[in-house]
Write a protein that binds this ligand. Sequence first.
Ligand code: AMP
Ligand code: MG
Length: 342
Amino acid sequence: MNTRVLKINSVSQQKDILTAAQLLKNGALVALPTETVYGLGANALDEEAVKSIFAAKGRPQDNPLIVHISEFDEIYNLVEEVPPSAKSLAVKYWPGPMTLILKKSKLVPDVVSAGLDTVAVRLPNHEVTRAIIKAAGVPVAAPSANLSGSPSPTTAQSVFEDMNGKIPLIVDGGACRIGVESTVISLTGEKPSILRPGGVTPEQISEVLGDVAIDDAVFHNISSSRKVASPGMKYKHYAPATKVVIVKGDREKYYDFLEKQSGNFGALCFEEDASKVNCKYVSYGKESNSLSQSNRLFNALREVDSLGVDVVFARYPFEDGMGLAVLNRLLRSAAFEVIEVE
Ligand code: AMP
Ligand code: MG
């Protein structure tokens, strides 16, 4: 299959928007830009189209998809009930990097929810993609547009690397502003629970809902045999071919640690470390700016493989605000291997 890359910078490109919408309506896969990462979209109500997402990515069948809508009211078709908590969060953070888990309606095929009785819904903050969903007239199921296990794509070029020959169209809407996936919040239990940290921080969720739980799987490796609230959290994720090991400690301890290493290693560090590390390196953002880290992390993880080293030692990010999302992705890319140098 020939994969076309179509630049759409503005909603005034009506003809191009209709091209993408028509493909989705006809059951084809289209890669779409969002503010978080690029998504691999299909008509969420078309079972065969959704199955082809799993095939193109090599995604495990039990890992459910997020359904994207173009305006709030479209949620009513997808879920049994919209609780007040969902409305309050949506008023504040939609369109935006937040996904809500609610009881699903009968309209949503089981293949989308991987057999769960819940569905994940998001209203993305990218006007081109919202215009495409609106023109298609159907909700769009879209996981990240990478091969399963690889770092999520934050540019059309990264999507092309993974999906060339597998899908007919990639919409190039520029680099993703946030660069890590959405915050996933379950509203189906007694207490709201963050299943995956992302662009909306736990502090921001608490401002609206008060006490919020953070699921265990955010920090710990969950064995693949165990039942988890968010099935995606148990799989190997974001991993370059090169081994990643995280080093926890302050800047000086990190430099000391690198000095003591032998063998063919590199560093995955902050921009400020560049002149201090005595080895090949890739940097992922600025030390005290978690948005710059989330912006860079997935590209940096893709670049690591071009260093030609056996292992990279990554600096541990700060955990507050957006930092929790950065830490969560980095932990997964390192299969939770952390060395403490305090
Ligand atoms: P991706 O679209 O690749 O970012 O992955 C979607 C994430 O949302 C995965 O971690 C899924 O486990 C999670 N997810 C999607 N639907 C549900 C659901 N119904 N319940 C819990 N987690 C979900
Ligand atoms: Mg993904």
